[in-house]
Design a protein around this ligand. Structure first.
Ligand code: UDP
Length: 411
């Protein structure tokens, strides 16, 4: 009898490890792992919604093929389709001098002439310009002459709804309603948001990668606190439902608003005193982390993945160049725009009950960012983008005496 039991348990373990999803959702009792929780589910609305989640994950896994199997991936192939898509607006007629002169008011004018970088004497945000120039300066020996307008504001500029004339402007983030050409944000090197914790601004992705990798090892999955976590300012009220859920159910979520430069009173933190800021590394203590758009895409997204926590990503409108290579349900958990408290609670409950699945998605997200969002991938993206862009220019670049030469700063 005992031998029979051991054999039965062995079979059970084998079938569970083969595929965490196999068996979940196959019959009415299978959307949860523990038997008593399954009983509870029968009396709640979760049941039906849990089956939908299982179905989404199954479908996403079926249709997923890795963008690159080459571990070195020196051509940054996972991201290149974004360049082609952004430049496709200009493929037919190319980019003329007139188009760039018209676009100049939307950003900072740069020129590459004879392997030297020139810029308008004014840059609206000097540290953002530093974060852009750092990458272009490195590439100068291999870049042809070109003329470009780089928008250093958060917001994209060339709306497909309102701009009749197409203009070529580089922006770090956009939605599908804009024709801006996405470039890797300055914050990979410098000029990210300056908060009390990072007073000179978030930057140096190379260093954050290393410190977050260490934090992910310090807070291994099994030791993480089984709660949702968020710290950030109210750059968008889309974050409110998570904050409110946390106030009602602190055992499920720990989410609070912090101050930003625009903070005037507790009204700006949804009628509460601003919370103390928490470093990216300390976020890694928690199993479930939230990403929301802010003014445009939030820089936090890439950092959160390196905690090896499960990322809940709200809304799919706002993009940076690397977002489209990440797949919902494979690398992260998508939540609809302006999720309700119930949406968030339901999703958290599902993953609390399906811990192996949560860990698998968390690991897949980590692996993707670790392997395909290295500094070399950012450089590779800049290189390919600028070379393809230069091919579209329909005029000869001339030296401009009004521009200043930009030289490399010692790192
Ligand atoms: N941030 C942080 N710890 C905090 C608050 C914010 O690390 O306690 C980071 C956050 O992840 C983001 C940046 O600071 O990368 C600015 O956050 P905020 O919410 O103010 O604006 P967002 O850019 O997300 O709209």
């Amino acid at each position: 009898m005992q031998i029979f039991h051991i054999f039965l348990m062995f079979l059970l373990i084998l079938s569970k490890n083969k595929n965490t999803l196999q068996g979940i959702g196959d019959n009415d009792d299978d959307t949860c792992v523990a038997k008593d929780e399954c009983q509870l589910d029968k009396t709640s609305n979760y049941k039906k919604e849990f089956n939908v989640i299982v179905h989404e994950i199954q479908e996403a896994r079926k249709s997923y093929t890795p963008c690159s199997v080459d571990i070195e991936d020196i051509e940054c192939v996972c991201h290149l389709h974004v360049i082609d898509s952004d430049l496709s607006f200009f493929q037919k007629n190319g980019i003329t001098r007139l188009m760039l002169n018209d676009a100049a008011k939307y950003g900072t004018r740069y020129k590459i002439y004879n392997h030297t970088l020139y810029r308008d004497s004014n840059c609206m945000f000097p540290s953002r310009c530093d974060g852009i120039q750092h990458f272009i300066l490195k590439l100068l020996p291999e870049l042809p002459d070109m003329d470009l307008v780089i928008n250093t504001r958060d917001w994209p500029q060339i709306s497909l709804r309102f701009n009749v004339e197409l203009k070529a402007v580089f922006s770090f983030s956009k939605t599908k309603d804009y024709a801006d050409i996405m470039y890797p944000a300055w914050t990979f090197w410098a000029g990210g948001p300056a908060i009390a914790l990072y007073p000179t601004g978030i930057g140096r992705w190379d260093l954050h990668r290393q410190s977050l990798k260490k934090a992910s090892q310090k807070y291994a999955w099994e030791s993480k606190i089984s709660k949702g976590f968020f710290r950030g300012s109210r750059t968008s009220d889309e974050r409110d439902s998570l904050i409110l859920l946390s106030r009602k159910k602190p055992h499920l979520v720990d989410a609070e608003y912090t101050k930003n430069q625009a903070w005037k009173s507790p009204k700006d933190t949804l009628n509460a005193e601003p919370a103390k800021e928490v470093s990216f590394e300390e976020h890694c203590q928690y199993k479930y982390l939230f990403n929301f758009r802010g003014v445009a895409a939030s820089f936090r997204f890439k950092h959160l993945f390196l905690c090896k926590s499960l990322i809940f990503h709200v809304g799919d409108d706002w993009l940076e160049f690397f977002y489209l290579a990440l797949k919902p349900w494979v690398h992260y958990v998508p939540l609809r725009k302006y999720p309700t408290e119930a949406d968030i609670e339901n999703m958290l409950e599902f993953f609390k009950k399906n811990d192996d699945l949560a860990k698998e998605i968390a690991n897949a997200g980590y692996e993707f960012i670790w392997q395909h969002l290295r500094m070399q991938d950012v450089e590779c993206y800049w290189r390919t983008l600028l070379k393809k862009y230069a091919n579209l220019l329909q005029f000869k670049i001339e030296f401009d005496t009004n521009m200043i030469e930009i030289k490399s700063k010692s790192n």
